[in-house]
Design a protein around this ligand. Structure first.
Ligand SMILES: *Cc1c(COP(=O)(O)O)cnc(C)c1O
Length: 408
């Protein structure tokens, strides 16, 4: 029993036979294609001196970390826990990046001793280095610095934070970045890298060109050119599929490399990328099944066993891409596909003049591989099933707990 019953066949077109819902189905071949798109383009423009980080927070499934590791990716952690998790998952210590706005002194020192890539985010972390300098005495310490600058000023309306500005990194506009440079110089701690990562609404090529220009400008201004071993330009790319008016990896790689090459020798300096959504959003598809239908005034409420919280947990304002498998033969004016929770806001889709959905029908939501599973929780029900697609089969890799686990 067990295994055979849990897994199900995915014919060329998904036929749902035996599939349990709600579930995510992960397509590892899509992962391979997305990674290849990033890697091959940047390799062509920058060469082999390239590091591609796997953003753990974007999807922390151990099976995906295993794939990332075997593909030669670097693990990118933004907390102590993510750092130790990457170690546990077997990443080479030197192939883990420790980022993030909050590092414990213990984890920071551990990562430095491990020769992991460490990007300092704030002056408190420099104080930790001062306090622990003696313990690290016999080794050469080197760190990267995360840069904060006013990106919005140079691309109005594009950043996620707008005028308020990013809250991460050391600010170059006041004197915190300079202070960090000076203290590290006195301590004889080498600044071997620069790290920039910004969230934007547009993910535009212009943004990345500005980041590349800023890297050059800062390296010259603070006399870092000689010591720089890596340039980490972060995540925030568009990727995984081609969409009209959105930049491609070819454009990103050309735009970024062209500017950086004016100041840096790509044979000597490693270019590090940290693509989260671009690598992972298109690798998973979500399926949920209709459980009941009711009429409220002039519309149909179609309640499914899934939830908006599974596909858009931060409730961002965005249109979901979907497909419905309706058994009804006629179109009806208005159906609202709603989740199982008691939240009024748990409305997944509004369908206008679509085929009538009936009990037992399926609804598919595309591109659910990034920033979804990491947010799964035990609010009202336990997290969805997860399948991994292997050839024609969907292998169950996470079961849904029947009992609500409130103590985790
Ligand atoms: C979240 C994060 C990423 C991934 O960002 P995407 O926008 O998903 O590409 C990369 N680097 C850092 C430091 C992050 O915090």
């Amino acid at each position: 029993m067990g295994e055979k019953e849990n897994n199900c066949t995915l014919k060329h077109k998904l036929n749902f036979q035996g599939i349990k819902t709600p579930c995510y189905v992960i397509d590892r071949e899509q992962f391979d294609r997305n990674l290849f798109d990033i890697q091959s383009n940047f390799q062509r423009e920058w060469g082999d001196n390239l590091g591609i980080g796997y953003s753990i927070k974007t999807n922390h499934l151990p099976q995906l970390l295993e794939i990332a590791k075997n593909k030669g990716m670097i693990a990118e952690a933004v907390s102590d826990e993510e750092y130790y998790y990457a170690l546990e998952q077997g990443f080479d210590k030197r192939r883990i990046i420790l980022n993030g706005p909050l590092k414990s002194e213990e984890c920071l020192i551990c990562a430095l001793k491990n020769n992991s890539i460490v990007n300092i985010d704030n002056l408190e972390e420099i104080d930790m280095l001062i306090r622990r300098k003696d313990k690290l005495k016999n080794r050469e310490i080197k760190v990267g610095l995360r840069v904060n600058f006013d990106l919005e000023k140079l691309c109005k309306g594009e950043t996620a934070t707008g005028e308020a500005g990013s809250r991460f990194g050391l600010c170059v506009e006041n004197d915190e970045f300079e202070e960090a440079v000076n203290i590290l110089s006195v301590l004889h701690i080498r600044i071997c890298g620069l790290h920039l990562h910004f969230s934007t609404k547009t993910r535009s090529l212009k943004v990345f060109k500005i980041l590349a220009e800023k890297i050059c400008e800062i390296s010259v201004k603070y006399r870092l050119l000689e010591n720089i071993e890596y340039l980490d330009i972060g995540g925030g790319y568009w990727g995984g599929r081609t969409v009209k008016d959105r930049p491609t990896m070819e454009e990103y790689s050309k735009g970024i490399s062209e500017i950086l090459k004016k100041r840096f020798d790509s044979r000597k300096v490693k270019l590090v990328l940290e693509p989260g959504a671009a690598l992972l959003s298109t690798i998973a598809t979500y399926y949920t099944q209709v459980q009941n239908v009711r009429q409220i005034k002039n519309f149909s409420v179609v309640t499914v066993d899934g939830s908006l919280l599974h596909v858009n947990p931060l409730l961002n304002r965005r249109k979901l891409e979907y497909k419905i498998y309706a058994s009804g033969k006629r179109s009806i004016p208005q159906q609202i596909v709603c989740g199982f929770t008691c939240l009024e806001r748990d409305r997944i889709l509004q369908l206008d003049n679509a085929l009538e959905l009936k009990k037992g029908d399926y609804v598919q939501i595309d591109y659910t591989g990034a920033y979804t599973m990491g947010f799964n929780n035990c609010f009202i029900s336990s997290p969805p099933y997860i399948y991994m697609k292997e050839d024609e089969m969907a292998i169950l890799i996470r079961d849904k707990k029947r009992k609500l686990m409130l103590d985790i």
